[in-house]
Design a protein around this ligand. Structure first.
Ligand SMILES: Nc1ncnc2c1ncn2[C@@H]1O[C@H](COP(=O)(O)OP(=O)(O)OP(=O)(O)O)[C@@H](O)[C@H]1O
Ligand SMILES: [Mg+2]
Length: 215
């Protein structure tokens, strides 16, 4: 039985209208978990809560044995930087720096070394010394995935990480994310509109009618 890395209990959230209620979720080491659902159903909100950006209206999130929202804001921010990796659909690279410099900025802060395996697997080893602004959108996205994984976080959150990629590149990025969590005994939580991506995950849920339902 794999080790649970994240355990969420009875999460609820609402903005102008109720989004979800009483969500329980456990993420296990070596596995990935996908959430699909209609636009506006609350997937990104749930991800933000699991990743420590947004306190839930009710409920609790334990990650790596720590109660995320019992921490003070600064402590949570430090914890997030050290232990969590967050991949967004749009990438936030320093445009004037090369891909490699962008990654090194992250590894220096984290005190880790870039594993060349990552660049090869993401097929960006040939362009990594070009300025980020000269890279294609899909190449920039892969550099930002490499930058997140190079910090070697245990828990990875990804909000539509393949939304701007062609099918083949999307599959490649997903391969790398899943290989990474297996290799590092980490876990991946991914929000996606892509059923092919979602079906590849050990857990596959749909957020609908305010609940997570098995897909
Ligand atoms: N900070 C906020 N303040 C007010 N309302 C918000 C906030 N963040 C999200 N919402 C609302 O909550 C609802 C759910 O948003 P969310 O981004 O979680 O949806 P989603 O399932 O990720 O949708 P999509 O598939 O379009 O990305 C939306 O109606 C949105 O307007
Ligand atoms: Mg969203």
């Amino acid at each position: 039985m794999s080790q649970p890395l994240l355990h969420a209990t009875h999460l609820s959230h609402a903005f102008d209208y109720p989004l979800y209620d009483g969500i329980d979720l456990t993420l296990y080491a070596g596995e990935s978990t996908a959430v699909q659902g209609r636009s506006g159903s609350g997937k990104s909100t749930l991800l933000h809560t699991l990743a420590g950006f947004l306190p839930p209206l009710a409920g609790k999130v334990d990650i790596l044995g720590r109660d995320l929202y019992a921490m003070g804001e600064t402590e949570r921010e430090m914890f997030r930087r050290r232990e969590l990796g967050i991949v967004f659909q749009t990438h936030y690279l320093f445009k004037g720096m090369t891909g490699r410099q962008n990654i090194e900025a992250a590894t220096q802060l984290a005190g880790t070394e870039l594993d060349p395996w990552l660049l090869e697997r993401l097929e960006i080893d040939g362009v990594i010394d070009q300025k980020a602004s000269e890279l294609s959108g899909g190449q920039q996205q892969r550099v930002s995935v490499a930058r997140v994984l190079a910090k070697q976080p245990r828990v990875i959150f990804a909000d539509e990480p393949t939304g701007n990629l062609d099918k083949e590149t999307a599959a490649l990025v997903m391969d790398v994310l899943q290989e990474y969590v297996r290799k590092h005994d980490g876990t991946l939580f991914v929000v996606t509109h892509d059923a092919i991506i979602a079906r590849r995950c050990e857990q596959h849920w749909v957020l609908a009618d305010r609940h997570l339902e098995p897909a």
